[in-house]
Design a protein around this ligand. Sequence first.
Ligand SMILES: [Zn+2]
Length: 250
Amino acid sequence: MVKRLFLIMIVIFCILGGCYSCAGSEGREETFILCEGLDVETTGFIIDSGQPGPVVYIVGGIHGNEPAGIAAASAFSEYALKKGRVIVLPRANIEAVKAGERSVYWLGDLNRAFPGKERGLEVQELAYEIFTHIADQKPDIVLDLHESRQRDPMKNYALGNSIIFSHPEALEPVMDSVDFLNRHRGNLTPFVYQIDSIPGTLNQSVTEILDIPVITLETDVEAAFESRVKDQKSFLDFMISEWCSFFPSD
Ligand SMILES: [Zn+2]
C-alpha cells in the first residue's frame, strides 16, 4: 500500500512538477523560418522556458509520408517547458509533406543530402539550412522523427519500431527509451535499437560533424495511425523528461 502511494505521488510529481506543464505557464514561444523565399521554405518554433536546462532539437517531416512524427512534433506546441529550451522543426521537407510522399521528384531525398551545401541543388540548400540551424542552436541532443515499413532484418529499408543512433552518448538514453516504449506493449511489435550507417542522413552528419548525439525514432507505418502517434509522443515525453533529469534547475 505504501509502495503504491509512493508510485502515485511520483506520477503526480511528474505531471505537475516535471519538465512539462500544460500550455499557459511561463514558457515563451517564437517562430523561425528556414530557406525563406524558396519553394522549400519551412517554419519551426522554439519553446523557451527562460530557465537553464537542456536544449533539445526536434525534427519531423524529413520524409513527407511519415505523418506520425509530423503530428507528434507539431503537437509539441501544446506544452510549455519548466526548464531548458526545445526547438521544433515539424515539417522539414514541406513540399514532401504537402504531397504526402517520401519526397517530390524534383527535390530528391532530403535524408541523403546532409550536411548539404550553401549554394547547390534546392535539397542541398534545405539540408544546409537545417544543419546550420542545428549548429547555431547548439542542442544537447537532436530527436529525428520518422516512420518505416514493418521491421525486417533482410530489408535495410524496413526499420519500423527501431530507435537509431551512432553517437556513443546516445546509447544510454536510447536503451532507456527502448525499455520505456516496450513496457505494456501487449501484442504490438517491440522496439529495438540499431546503429545508423547511411551516409547523408541527418543522424550521421550531425553526429560526425557537429559531435551532437542524434536519436532517430522509426515507428511502424503499417500499424494504426493513433498507435504510432502515441509512440512518437511517448518517445518525446520520455526523452525530454530523461534529459531534464541531467540538468537539475538551480
Ligand atoms: Zn523517414
